[in-house]
Design a protein around this ligand. Structure first.
Ligand SMILES: N[C@@H](CCC(=O)N[C@@H](CS)C(=O)NCC(=O)O)C(=O)O
Length: 210
């Protein structure tokens, strides 16, 4: 398989960490979404990452879709998400909040780069969306005494929250405080201390290309 995208993307990173945990070999093409847009376009017309090229040449886009396919490949026993029932619903709900605030953090970073005049209204909206979502995730995590978010084993929710939070902290250093979101800070610190997280990491840098 070929995984396209840099590890400073929270979406690419969560896929890559899951692949590493699943012991799946892949060729990594760390292409940047702007500087390498035309290379990405040969595989994905959306020019977005992550893009995963399967061994049979089929191209998958969208981290949720990619992970769903990978989960099926490893089977229910090893998948990093419950196969069905209330716990699966919880996992999907929480992952959507985690990737959702990362989406907003990406917009908050990129939008001003492409505008002559920054929209203060847009910025305020993004910041509010991110902060309110972090509040929801903080309350949820605080209410759970388990080692990992949904129990004693690490899952996609843990990975998604940590990857999104690392991105948020690096792209918007003034935003996140451990004082306001202590459970999320502790969660992310624990995850980032793991070898698999350390192995799949790239500091955030924006390269817009020409
Ligand atoms: N919902 C997508 C989000 C992917 C995403 O936003 N990727 C960013 C990089 S962090 C990207 O490709 N941006 C370029 C673009 O959207 O034009 C997913 O989960 O895969």
């Amino acid at each position: 398989m070929i995984l396209i995208g840099q590890y400073d993307s929270p979406f690419v990173r969560r896929v890559a960490i899951a692949m590493r945990l699943y012991g799946m070999a892949y060729e990594h093409r760390p292409w940047a979404v702007f500087a390498d847009a035309e290379k990405i376009a040969r595989y994905n017309p959306l020019r977005r990452v992550p893009t995963l090229v399967l061994d049979d040449g089929v191209v998958l886009v969208e981290s949720f879709v990619i992970l769903d396919v990978l989960d099926e490949m490893v089977g229910e026993e090893r998948a990093l998400i419950p196969p069905s029932g209330p716990l699966r619903r919880e996992a999907l709900r929480l992952m959507a909040f985690a990737t959702g605030f990362a989406d907003k953090a990406v917009s908050l970073y990129l939008e001003p780069l492409f505008r002559k005049e920054v929209s203060e209204r847009w910025i305020a909206r993004c910041r509010e969306q991110i902060a309110d979502t972090l509040d929801v995730l903080e309350a949820d995590r605080r209410a759970r005494p388990s080692t990992h978010w949904l129990g004693e084993s690490l899952g996609h929710v843990d990975i998604a929250v940590a990857c999104s939070l690392v991105y948020l902290r690096e792209a918007h250093p003034d935003f996140f405080t451990a004082r306001r979101w202590p459970s999320l800070a502790a969660h992310t610190e624990r995850a980032e201390a793991l070898d698999d997280f350390k192995a799949i990491y790239q500091p955030f840098v924006v390269r817009l290309g020409d």
